[in-house]
Design a protein around this ligand. Structure first.
Ligand code: 6PG
Length: 468
């Protein structure tokens, strides 16, 4: 049978996706460039270790491309960044009009815009496709976010849907996201929410362990209990992490507290800054990773400014309420960025569908995501925090979030994302902000003008401040 998909790149994700496709009886061929110095070819090795699937393998790009039936569908699973450009560059001379390239990496959406434009000039179709779920997701069913040419989606949508995770109604966690770079934008924001959720869990863990003096095992039990309500994948893996022993010791305690990152979190924040969208929690989560990475600096400062030991008492119920609301706020701001991008780029994103394909396969799957997929069906244009379904929870939990953040601050314990969520919430619910002072200052030193509360919106005034 002729290959329907040619897959390039056999890293962890590429291999898993290839096996996923093969196990769904999708005929594929694989290519991996020869790795210098290695004796065995990566592609040959891979194909040979899965003889049942009889996957044709190639280490010559031209031969690989020629082996694919036209119009060709080529799935790139190579590292985001220069590698994608380099593979596309190598591919172009061998491709024909109507061929399709699917980029399944975490590419920056502006790179995707640029590549789509360049390929369009050559009449080559392009799908910038977010793939979430890590190694296991890629193998068993990821959440897939394809964006670009609609007719390209129509051609390979059935394959993508076949390998995707299934939602609770057995529908694929894959849908056509929209034109242009929308697929990669949506994946980027998925990761932004991921950053916020991870940091929130880390913060509550730290508060529980070092200010409330819980044992890791107790925190695991507590998180497990919270997860009856949250049904969050990230919370569930955190429970396992809190129980994972290596030589009778908690592995977590042996892991250096300096977080890595590959960019998607900060890209989300940069997009929010560019679009003028409030984006407190995710940006703060990126900053928390940044400061964690400054290990040497922190060690130095910890010697200079010593924290006093504090023993806090906060009820588990209060903590849970705070966590739950902070998590909702993190999601809400994430969807606000999607809303702004959708209108800026005219993508017509379907927020309910986006939430639906995030209910399984991906890293941020949760009970809340399930709820959002349903609620956003009829309230697509609405701020998530304004949805009636959350009204009561917000009303009852907001004082707990304030209480927990307040206690934590007093106890010299940083709770950055929870605090950011709370500040965002207080600001969002303020009829008046301090920005009249900002406007006055701007007008004072730079004649930037201001609108008046007793005037019309859009009418700008200037005062000669030093004379008044
Ligand atoms: C996913 C993950 C995946 C990857 C992140 C991690 O959805 O499967 O988000 O894409 O693990 O890129 O990002 P950092 O290395 O920046 O934490």
């Amino acid at each position: 049978e002729l290959p329907e998909i040619g897959l390039i790149g056999l890293g962890v994700m590429g291999k898993s996706l290839a096996l996923n496709m093969a196990s769904k009886q999708i005929p594929i061929a694989v290519y991996n460039r020869e790795v210098q110095g290695s004796e065995e070819g990566v592609a040959r090795d891979f194909a040979n270790s899965h003889p049942d699937h009889q996957i044709p393998w190639f280490d010559d790009l031209q031969v690989f491309v020629k082996s694919l039936p036209k119009p060709r569908n080529i799935f790139l699973m190579v590292n985001a960044g220069k590698a994608v450009d380099s593979v596309i560059q190598q591919l172009i001379p061998h491709l024909d009009k109507g061929d399709l390239i699917i980029d399944g990496g975490n590419s920056h959406y502006t790179d995707t815009q640029r590549r789509a434009k360049k390929l369009k000039e050559k009449e080559i179709l392009f799908l910038g496709t977010g793939v979430s779920g890590g190694e296991e997701g890629a193998l068993k069913g990821p959440s897939i976010m394809p964006g670009g040419d609609r007719k390209a989606y129509d051609r390979v949508g059935n394959v993508l849907e076949a390998i995707a995770a299934k939602d609770h109604q057995e529908n694929p966690c894959c849908t056509y996201i929209g034109p242009g770079a929308s697929g990669h934008f949506v994946k980027m924001l998925h990761n932004g929410i991921e950053y916020g959720e991870m940091q929130l869990i880390a913060e509550f863990y730290q508060l529980l362990r070092f200010r409330l003096h819980y044992q890791p095992e107790q925190i695991a039990d507590l998180f497990l209990d919270w997860n009856k309500d949250m049904k969050s994948y990230l919370l569930s893996i955190s429970v396992e992490i809190l129980r994972f022993q290596e030589k009778n010791e908690l592995l977590l305690d042996k892991i250096l507290d300096a977080a890595g990152q590959k960019g998607t979190g900060s890209w989300s924040s940069i997009a929010a800054l560019n679009l003028g969208v409030p984006f407190d929690t995710i940006t703060t989560a990126v900053m928390a990773r940044n400061i964690s990475a400054e290990k040497e600096l922190r060690l130095t400062f910890a010697e200079i400014f010593k924290h006093t030991e504090h023993f806090l008492e906060i009820s588990e119920e209060e903590l849970f309420k705070a966590y739950k609301l902070a998590s909702l706020i993190n999601h809400a701001t994430g969807f606000e960025l999607l809303r702004a991008a959708s209108s800026e780029y005219n993508w017509q994103l379907n927020f309910s569908e986006i939430a639906r394909i995030w209910t399984n396969g991906c890293i941020i799957k949760s009970g809340l995501m399930q709820q959002l997929s349903e609620l956003l069906k009829d309230s697509a244009g609405q701020h998530v925090l304004s949805l009636e379904a959350f009204r009561e929870m917000i009303e009852t939990n907001k004082s707990s979030l304030a209480f927990v953040v307040g206690k934590s601050v007093e106890a010299e314990n940083p709770l950055p994302v929870a605090s950011a969520a709370l500040n965002y919430f207080w600001n969002l619910t303020s009829a008046t902000t301090s920005a009249n002072m900002i406007q006055a200052q701007r007008d004072y030193f730079g004649a930037h003008t201001y609108e008046r509360t007793d005037g019309k919106r859009g009418e700008f005034h200037h005062t000669n401040w030093s004379k008044s």
